[in-house]
Design a protein around this ligand. Structure first.
Ligand code: NAP
Length: 234
């Protein structure tokens, strides 16, 4: 059966790989991003700033109007604005919380009702191992991504009896635009990965695909690190 899948931040990087993965399974993928661009495999794309709840609600409403109830929602859009906390501006803090945490809540809230009504569905948040290992310069990002875990677990319990699962995938160091300009700190981090190499967006996409599949129907409220072992022991 072709599912209706919404992916935020699907224009590039991990989100684009996730969108391609679901499309390759025959699903109808709706992509949301600031730029509005999306892999050609997507059925539709919307230009949306996820930190604006009205834009999110309007896009999800239009997607449901065209493709029916949402079967899978992948909350992936995210940004970093790194800097040591003592020098971090209010704007750096707020921008990351607004996109990575507020935006995640707005997206999940907009898609949940249709899943609850259909008594089935899957919400997958793309978190990070940053809050588990503690990365200097990422106070804003770590706080937002830690918040996703609490958000996911609260939602998981709210909708558990309705056949809707809510999980978090926490990537380690993945090769995308987000990690392309980390310089020497990237090499330092990569050297700490037990498997000895960074990950690819497709490594995340496959796990997200699994969590959205019927094989994972008894998994909810889980946080799954996909990181080559980087967060082992935390
Ligand atoms: P990326 O290559 O920088 O892509 C970010 C995506 O998010 C883009 O599609 C971008 O859209 C979208 N986006 C950003 N702000 C948005 C907003 N306000 N509204 C709508 N869309 C917005 O990043 P990535 O590495 O693929 O990261 C994807 C997710 O994985 C993020 O949540 C990130 O925190 C998480 N993650 C990544 C890594 C890693 O190592 N790469 C590790 C842990 C977690 P535009 O193209 O329109 O700007």
């Amino acid at each position: 059966m072709s599912r209706h899948v919404i992916v935020t931040g699907a224009s590039r990087g991990i989100g684009a790989a996730i969108a391609d993965h679901f499309a390759s399974l025959g699903d109808r993928v709706v992509a949301l991003s600031r730029s509005g661009s999306a892999p050609s495999t997507c059925a539709k794309s919307f230009t949306v700033d996820v930190s604006d709840s009205e834009q999110v609600n309007a896009a999800v409403k239009a997607a449901i109007g065209e493709f029916g109830p949402v079967d899978v929602c992948v909350v992936n859009a995210g940004i970093t604005r790194d800097g040591l906390a003592m020098r971090m501006s209010d704007e750096q803090w707020r921008e990351v919380i607004a996109t990575d945490l507020d935006g995640a809540f707005y997206t999940a809230r907009a898609t949940m009702a249709s899943m609850v009504r259909a008594r089935q569905g899957s919400i997958i948040f793309i978190g990070s191992i940053s809050p588990f290992v503690g990365v200097p310069g990422q106070a804003n990002y770590a706080a937002a991504k830690a918040g996703l875990v609490g958000l996911a677990r609260a939602l998981a319990k709210e909708v558990a009896t309705r056949g809707v699962t809510v999980n978090v995938v926490a990537p380690g160091l993945i090769e995308t635009d987000m990690t392309s300009d980390l310089g020497s700190s990237k090499d330092q981090m990569a050297a700490m990965i037990p498997m000895g190499h960074t990950g690819q967006p497709s490594d995340i996409a496959g796990v997200v695909g699994f969590l959205a599949s019927s094989q994972a129907r008894y998994i909810t409220g889980a946080v799954l690190a996909v990181d080559g072992g980087l967060a082992l022991g935390y």
